[in-house]
Write a protein that binds this ligand. Sequence first.
Ligand code: OOG
Ligand code: NI
Length: 465
Amino acid sequence: MTSRTLSQWQLRAAFAARLSDMYGREVPAYTTLVDVSREVNDDVLRARGADAERLGSISRVTAERHGAIRVGTPQEMNQVARVFGALGMRPTGFYDLREAAASAVPVISTAFRPTDGEELARNPFRVFTSMLTPADPRFFDDDLRARLETFLAGRELFPPELLALADRAEAEGELPEAEAEHFLRLAVRAFELSTEPIDQGWYATLERVSAVAADIGGVRSTHINHLTPRVLDIDELYRRMTDRGIEMIDTIQGPPHWDGPDVLLRQTSFRALAEPRAMRTADGDVTSGSLRVRFGEVEARGIALTREGRALYDRLLTQVDQEAAARPDADRGDIARALWAEHLPATERQLAERKLGYFTYHVVPDRPRDGSRPPADVGGLVAQGWLRAEPIVYEDFLPRSAAGIFQSNLTGEGARNNDHAGTAYDSAWLSGAIGRDVLDPFALYERQQNDSIARAARALELDGA
Ligand code: OOG
Ligand code: NI
């Protein structure tokens, strides 16, 4: 008798579900967020019908989560990549948050996620993963850098047994049931909040630089920082959470609520909650302290923008900043909405025609035959009813929003010394450090779009021949 095996996507779905259960026990307000998200999604589905599922089936959206974790060194990043590699998740996109916020956030980041359309449809679980930058002299002087690197080198976040099982799952594409169970237990445990007492003096030293540096480098383990369900109406979710007395951050990050197509990503979160944490004082006593570092976030996903679309989005954000600074009494959302209405296409069709958004193209099976030959260009094929365009959902993150999420949950401002030049990091550096290519999100969307066009072209030629 052969025993059952779990494929990578089954491992990924199981890991996401167990992580969600664990985080719900650790941070009960997260469970409220998940419940309210589900209520909102049910209501949207009832009100909008099939249209609500245009950017993902309701079963995908209901299970959909992203997590955020933070590690200290390239070696730790490399190990995380092995754990997520077992789940079919590849490092995608490079985010440099050191400049993106007013507060000091000394990290660079990537997101581990499935990259293939079918895998995303099965379970799109992704993890925004940040790595501390002790070598950046704007944040850490030589002495603190040396102490921090020594501290980080002396800890073990992932037991060797977990990593060995991860390597096996990645190499073989699956694990037998018993090994899968063992792997999942070890993997979830690696992201639980540790009860080991925190060295209060060391934590405070790092906190003076940045609360994020202390959360990463002040403890001997890692933990999930937040988990994020997906919601189909984030404005409604924000209202309902506030009505329940849960304190949300001030804004919804990302594009404004407007009448045109939903693009990219809108996110908001509830404020980090005080959690009891054991502390070791200078005289070696263990006392009970508390820290505010973990929270719950929620997001609404829209259409992926092309490089041109994204450049337009970034330009508009800058313009919103400038106008908001010039008119301090005006509502930022109103400013943003007016600029969007002026510069962004109001329909999906125009978004596609102006090549600002990514779509897949599919042959319309029941187009009435009128003797005409299909034209050669995609725009013409859509206009004449040969092809139908389906939006590609944005699967990634936004650096400015990420910085906003970090920032709105920090207590202190921290310190950044801009007399020094920052250490340069980029996607190639990160690829080298973790020993895997950090993929370019635009290239992934583009390939998906081009593959669909090639398939449609083949099908039409056959039909028309
Ligand atoms: C990551 C913050 C970024 C997002 O959704 O943009 C993020 C963190 O707080 O570690 O998760
Ligand atoms: Ni997040």
